[in-house]
Design a protein around this ligand. Structure first.
Ligand SMILES: Nc1ncnc2c1ncn2[C@@H]1O[C@H](COP(=O)(O)OP(=O)(O)O)[C@@H](O)[C@H]1O
Ligand SMILES: [Mg+2]
Length: 234
């Protein structure tokens, strides 16, 4: 579904990504881990069309999307849930969700997706009239993920959903992501919680200083000496 070939990306003259190559297959759940500042967010932003690559190729379903802007990648089926969530705090939960469906013209289809999302996140259904700005941190993450689902994406890119969450909420959010993947949504998850990420993903890439340092099945990375020492503190 997604393939990056020797991707380079920069902010101004500062090159951040160096020849990043990775792929995500249909239905897969792929993790992207690595230290702060390694280039994980930059990778997702480049895929989503928020940042233009300076070299290499991004292929989505076989089509080169290097120069496709963000609103178009959404239309093509890529949904990016950023660290800062970008919720409309003065709008209700339901209004936020429907805003996420703006590319879906068919009202019936919108409401069908809303039902699906409410089934996955019953808490959002209970709170559908509450203002997003008054939801708890965990609920907001759920809302952002749910809103990302409202465009019926093929590929969901989720950036550090655990950031700032209490441990028990992290478990909730990760469980929701796993369930979402089990409904057939292909996912790429960027995280600093390495252990939890390797537990729920099929495969993962380790990004260090803008380069792919390691890759493999998550179960294998979990027992790798470098990963254990640097990321798991074992
Ligand atoms: N808008 C920006 N302008 C300049 N440098 C940036 C910008 N955003 C991120 N960077 C730099 O790019 C590097 C990678 O950042 P990022 O992709 O956010 O890392 P990660 O998500 O892995 O923590 C960091 O050194 C960061 O300071
Ligand atoms: Mg980041």
């Amino acid at each position: 579904m997604l393939q990056l070939k020797n991707l380079n990306a920069s902010y101004g003259f500062l090159q951040i990504l160096w020849e990043v190559s990775l792929h995500v297959e249909d239905g897969e759940f792929v993790g992207l881990i690595g230290p702060n500042g390694a280039g994980k967010t930059t990778t997702l932003r480049t895929i989503a069309g928020l940042l233009k690559p300076t070299g290499g190729e991004i292929l989505f379903n076989g089509q080169v999307i290097n120069n496709v802007p963000a609103h178009e990648t959404t239309r093509m089926g890529i949904s990016y849930i950023s660290e800062d969530l970008n919720l409309f705090v003065d709008m209700s939960v339901k209004e936020n969700l429907l805003m996420g469906a703006y590319i879906v013209r068919d009202r019936e289809k919108q409401l069908e997706t809303l039902d699906f999302v409410y089934e996955l996140f019953p808490r959002l259904k209970e709170r559908e009239r509450q203002l997003a700005g008054t939801m708890s941190g965990g609920e907001r993450k759920m809302l952002a993920i749910a809103r990302g689902m409202m465009s019926n994406p093929q590929l969901l890119l989720v950036d550090e959903p655990s950031l700032g969450l209490a441990p028990h909420l992290v478990t909730d959010v990760f469980n929701s992501l796993k369930r979402l993947n089990q409904t057939g949504v292909t996912m790429m998850l960027v995280e600093q919680r390495v252990n939890a990420t390797l537990e729920i993903t099929d495969r993962a890439y380790v990004i260090e200083q803008g380069r792919v340092a390691m890759e493999g099945p998550s179960s294998e990375l979990m027992t790798d000496e470098h990963v254990k020492k640097v990321y798991l503190g074992i």
